[in-house]
Design a protein around this ligand. Sequence first.
Ligand SMILES: [Zn+2]
Length: 250
Amino acid sequence: MKEMDVLRKNLYESRYTVALCCSGMLAEVGRPSMRKQSRDYEIEKKYGHSSEEMFSAACFSTRPEKFFEFYKAEVLPTENMHPGKSYECLRILEERNLIQLIITNNACNYYSKVGCKNVLPLHGDIENNVCINCGKTFNAEYMAKSKGVPCCDVCGKLIRPKVVMFGEMVDNRMMTRAINEIAKADLLLVIGSDLGSPFAGRYVKYFDGRELILINQEESCKDRVADLVIRRPIKDVLCELVETCWANRE
Ligand SMILES: [Zn+2]
């Protein structure tokens, strides 16, 4: 059977499908992961520090000017950055009841932006920002438009993006939920990461269902764990699915 037929068959047969969407999805909007060597090198050249240092809780609390210069330019989406076709496809697959949950480490929550309903953003969401003093919340637009360091319009104190920075732990309840969801899935789709990456590796080990299918172009020796690996561009695979898979059950 051809790989796309296997993927379709599994999507139809699965009662509960989880899509684990990783950093490769970010490349779809034109911004590769900060963990990618080429981007990390560019960042180091531009800021004099690695992305790990710039996007850290230590930098946020000790050098907020530097932190927000970096955050606004490298983490928040720019005005002409739009979720691409791949995100739209995931929404359609969710609407057709072929995907039940999206778990992601991407804090620029493009999934919700295009209308996906069931999303678990493990690394937080750039839309959630909170004053460290009074707890007032602010959206990403407020953060992007503020001059210099974003401050609360009520008490004047610093606002913290509720995203997981380098060196920080994922919220415990969220992590537990992600593990439980993956454990109960029949089908796990890992999209945009090899299975050797720390993020995918951490969660994939809890999968106990029938099929683990990986959609990713780059290879790792850990990919052997997958039942099927599709090494084609994410967008091509998802678009083809949307064109050829119809709604599943009611
Ligand atoms: Zn405040």
